[in-house]
Write a protein that binds this ligand. Structure first.
Ligand SMILES: *[C@@H]1O[C@H](CO)[C@@H](O)[C@H](O)[C@H]1NC(C)=O
Ligand SMILES: *[C@@H]1O[C@H](CO)[C@@H](O)[C@H](O)[C@H]1NC(C)=O
Ligand SMILES: *[C@@H]1O[C@H](CO)[C@@H](O)[C@H](O)[C@H]1NC(C)=O
Length: 296
């Protein structure tokens, strides 16, 4: 595991000293945006939940509703994958649009379903969260400090993990079997070389609709199909290789969790590499461009 993480950082010393000297960030490939899309709403908040207790959810909604980055008009969508949760009670305690989904594909499938069903109705920015937010004491300040009206993509999870395109893996035991290069090709075409790729974690990030739509529906449809089609190649022995794989917890779900930055064209170059860790929160001399990617 340790060997893997060191390999994943490439020439480790060079990487570290570079980061300490803070050179100007290398831009990744230019992002393709759907500049023609005119959103009608300012912000959508998409929450994926399984069976979290109502007080947990209403407290999360309260945090969001009172957060400085959330406009009063923000629309809240809650998707529950629990077959037994009481949708009426959920609506009453949150005032959100509540939808039950089959318990398939974890939070990745929830986000992909939301994107695909609201494609022509996405707000200017869409905030994606799981009901149990990872490291909330650090995630909320990061949203407050780094989210601006120009934000294209901003991860609210752990950042700074990168890997070389064809040999991706991380210190949590995940190794890629072709998803990263295939996603790069789907996102950027074959005009740019797939180099170092930044990974996202924990399914918490905010993205602009122009950026979400910039890569076309096909990318999201393919990812969703990979999660839900139990007869497909992402559930076949060549991809799964004996690892645990269930409809409600597909092995491919780990790849989808990591690939959001790439899909949202914010994983190449040094995007996010100057972002302070969630615990450090703010780096002296930092600027809002240190985390995530801007649209313009
Ligand atoms: C669901 O919640 C509503 C509102 O709290 C309540 O009236 C109803 O009895 C609940 N239904 C079940 C099956 O518990
Ligand atoms: C839901 O909306 C109604 C009507 O605007 C309001 O009275 C109620 O307090 C809201 N409930 C919550 C939990 O926000
Ligand atoms: C890139 O893809 C196009 C269309 O699939 C193909 O015609 C072209 O030869 C490819 N270019 C390279 C360098 O692979």
């Amino acid at each position: 595991m340790l060997v893997l993480s060191l390999l994943a950082l490439g020439p480790g010393v060079g990487f570290l000293s570079q980061n300490l000297l803070r050179p100007p960030p290398t831009p990744g490939p230019t992002a393709r945006l759907d500049t023609a899309y005119m959103p009608q709403a300012a912000m959508d908040i998409v929450i994926s939940t399984y069976a979290e207790a109502l007080p947990t959810l209403s407290s999360l909604i309260h945090t969001l509703r009172t957060h400085p980055s959330t406009p009063p008009s923000a629309r809240v969508y809650i998707y529950t994958k629990s077959p037994t949760s009481n949708l009426t009670a959920l609506r009453l305690s949150t005032n959100a649009t509540v939808t039950r989904l089959p318990n398939i594909g974890r939070e990745g499938e929830t986000y992909l379903t939301h994107i695909l069903t609201h494609w022509d109705d996405l707000a200017r920015h869409v905030l994606f969260l799981q009901a149990s937010v990872h490291n909330p004491r650090e995630a909320w300040p990061r949203l407050a400090r780094y989210f601006t009206s120009q934000t294209g993509m901003l991860s609210l999870g752990p950042t700074g993990t990168t890997c070389p395109c064809g040999h991706c893996g991380d210190r949590w035991g995940w190794t890629d079997s072709g998803v990263i290069p295939a996603t790069w090709a789907a996102v950027y075409g074959n005009t740019t070389t797939c180099g170092t790729v930044g990974l996202t974690y924990k399914g918490q990030f905010i993205a602009s609709a122009k950026r979400i739509r910039g890569v076309g529906r096909g990318v999201y449809e393919a990812l969703r199909m990979g999660l839900v089609d139990m007869g497909g190649e992402m559930h076949g022995p060549r991809y799964v290789r004996g690892r645990e794989d269930r409809a409600d917890a597909p092995y491919f779900g780990f790849a989808v969790e990591r690939v959001w930055g790439l899909v949202l064209q914010c994983a190449g170059g040094e995007a996010g590499m100057r972002c302070p860790s969630l615990l450090a929160g703010w780096r002296r001399g930092g600027e809002s461009g240190d985390c995530g990617c801007f649209d313009g």
